[in-house]
Each structure stands twice: as C-alpha cells, then as structure tokens.
Design a protein around this ligand. Structure first.
Ligand code: 1OR
Length: 339
C-alpha cells in the first residue's frame, strides 16, 4: 500500500500547513533513541523505554495545579470506549481514577472523511487521538524512497499522535483516514498539565516509596533513580490474580499500597495461603532469581491495590548488587509452609 508525498500534500488541511516546523528534523526516526536528535531531546525530555520522564525546564508543576481542563459532551458509550483505550495505553499509566475522568471529559469528538490527512509528518503536533470508529492508515517517509511507506492501521480503541506531545518533537509519521471515522482528540495543554504532571507526581511517589523499602537501603540515590525510570504502575482490585503458580515469570513487583496473599494448592487440591504481603513488600522475585516457574499464585486482598513492577531485564541490571539480600530472605516462605 503506497501513496506519494504529493497525495499527502494535496489532502492536508490548510490549518496544519500553517503550523511551524523545522526542515532539518523531517527525516528523523523518532523511535531511534540513540540518534543525535534524540540525544538533543533528552536534554529537555528524557525518554526511557515506554516511559515519559520530564525535566523541570519544560514542565511547571505549579501551573499544572491551577489548570482547569475543558469538558466536552459525549455519550456514555463514547466515554466508556475512551476509558477502555486509556487503560490499555501505557502513557496514561500514571493517572489515578480522578485524573482519568478529567482526560475522558477533555476528549473532543472530531469527525474526519475518507482521505483526510489527520496528521502530517514534520508538522508540529497540538493533539493526540484515540480512534472511536473507522479506520486510519499510518505512513512514513523513509529516506531514499520517494513513496510513503505504509506502517500500520489504526482501528477503534487505538491511540496515535502521542509521540509529538510526549517528546516535544515534530510529527513522526502521516496518518490518513481510510474511511469516514470518528476520533477523540486530546489537546496538548491538557496532556501537559494532567498527563505529564501525573508522571512527575508518580516519579516523586516512587522515589519516596523506594526509600521505604528495606532491602534497597544500600542503593545509591542514582541507582534508585534508575529503578524509578523503569517501574510500571498497575492499579488492581480485590481478587485480581497478579501471578499464577507454574507460569513463567518475567516481572518483579513492589507493593505501593494495599495487601496481597501468595497461595498454593496442596496434594489434596486444597488452597493454602503461604504468605501475606503489605505495603512496601515485594514479590515475584523467586522466578527471576532462580529462573524457575512461579512457585505460588498471588492475589489482591485489599479493595484497592497499587503495585509497581519491573521486568527481568531491569531486575538483573539494577538489583544485581542487592540480590544477595533477596536470596537471604527466601527462607521467609518456608516458615509459612511449616506452620
Ligand atoms: P506523532 O505525534 O509523531 C504520528 O504523529 C504518529 O504516527 C506518531 O505520533 C505515532 O502515534 C504513529 N514511527 C513514527 N510514528 C509512528 C510509527 C513509527 N508508528 C506509528 N506511529 N514507526 C517507525 C517506522 C520506521 C513504527 C514503530 C513501531
């Protein structure tokens, strides 16, 4: 599926042409975190694998406190669809429920016709989109090719146009409606004041939280900061099963708030609780320390539960120096089993 650059220019709405954009950044591949351009961005906004990290220069926490987001009328069904989409996109990970509601309210319905250019590569970005209904296609300029290269489809629930807002970068690809579609748009100001603000808050929370975890006491501030960068927050509810016995494990968990229990089944198929976890405890370390399947299941026992996780890679890289303390602590499970 190919379209030419001319097709894109022909269909672009005049308003997007008026936006400033710098020529020299046009061919850049935003996804390459090691490119020179990306290093430049990192001085202002540092990008850490699937995370948005924001420096004080571009983000003013005080102004965020006074910000009032717009509220646009939508049907319950539309709001539900936006909510579902927010939940599956990591960039909204830091939002609590109230903040999610603000974002849902601030989403503006935009209808586009077949062939409309919704985003043009190289332009400045002022909004991100969630697809409500319809189908859109993403194309990118690949250097040395005069045709646009098809990258992917965007279907209902999908999100696009986030990169320009997250990284303060020009649009990295072109998005064209393939049929009449309904989009939900979130403006840049609301994104900065709610989503980026939540990332900053979450980072502070994580830093404080890591200080309270005993086995991490020996780490330097710098190492703690690195751990913060790769923690992913999940919000769960009572009864949710986080880990299933015998599954292959690839994540390590730290409890930010709430309680959970580890349980196994004995030879008669009877369930036994082998450990109870509270705030600041960790679990999921055995599979990562020993490369074994999960030794027990873990489920949430409090109404609300916030857990931060890191993957195996980060665990090995960042917790190497404190692993011996984790090994020492393994005996705690045995005590429970012998009871
Ligand atoms: P944006 O704000 O830069 C264009 O506007 C959007 O296209 C972009 O956010 C993403 O939402 C979406 N490279 C760049 N942009 C992409 C890509 C992409 N895929 C989707 N978009 N890829 C690199 C292709 C060489 C694919 C990466 C998997």
């Amino acid at each position: 599926e190919k379209i030419s650059n001319d097709d894109i220019n022909k269909n672009t709405k005049p308003s997007t042409n008026d936006l400033p954009h710098s020529e020299d950044e046009d061919d850049k591949d935003i996804m390459d975190e090691n490119s020179e351009e990306m290093k430049k961005f990192n001085n202002r906004v540092s990008v850490v694998k699937n995370r948005i990290a924001i420096s004080g220069e571009v983000f003013n926490a005080n102004s965020a406190k006074n910000f009032i987001a717009p509220v646009y009328d939508k049907t319950i069904d539309q709001n539900n669809r936006i909510e579902k989409s927010l939940k599956k996109n990591f960039i909204f990970n830091s939002l609590n429920e109230d903040q999610q509601k603000v974002i849902i309210g601030a989403m503006l319905i935009k209808k586009v016709n077949s062939n409309d250019v919704v985003i043009k590569e190289g332009d400045e970005g002022s909004e991100l989109f969630i697809v409500g209904t319809g189908l859109l296609k993403c194309y990118k300029n690949i250097p040395d090719k005069d045709e646009q290269t098809f990258i992917r489809d965007y279907n209902p629930g999908d999100l696009f146009g986030e990169l320009a807002l997250m990284y303060n970068a020009p649009r990295a690809a072109t998005i064209i409606a393939n049929e009449e579609s309904e989009l939900f748009s979130l403006d840049r100001e609301t994104f900065n004041n709610i989503v980026k603000a939540a990332v900053v808050n979450q980072r502070e929370r994580h830093e404080n939280f890591l200080r309270r975890i005993e086995f991490l006491n020996d780490l330097s501030e710098g190492d703690r900061a690195k751990i913060c960068d790769c923690l992913i927050t999940e919000r769960l509810k009572k009864g949710d099963v986080i880990i299933k016995e015998n599954d292959l494990g690839d994540k390590f968990y730290l409890i930010e708030s709430g309680t959970a229990e580890a349980y196994k089944f004995d030879s008669n198929g009877k369930e036994i609780v082998v450990y109870e976890y509270k705030e600041n405890d960790y679990f999921g370390e055995l599979a990562l320390l020993g490369n074994d399947p999960r030794q027990a299941s873990v489920r949430v026992t409090s109404d609300k539960f916030i857990v931060a996780s890191m993957d195996r890679d980060a665990f090995n890289r960042l917790l190497g120096s404190v692993k011996s303390r984790l090994y020492k602590n393994i005996s705690k499970y045995q005590k429970y089993l012998d009871k």
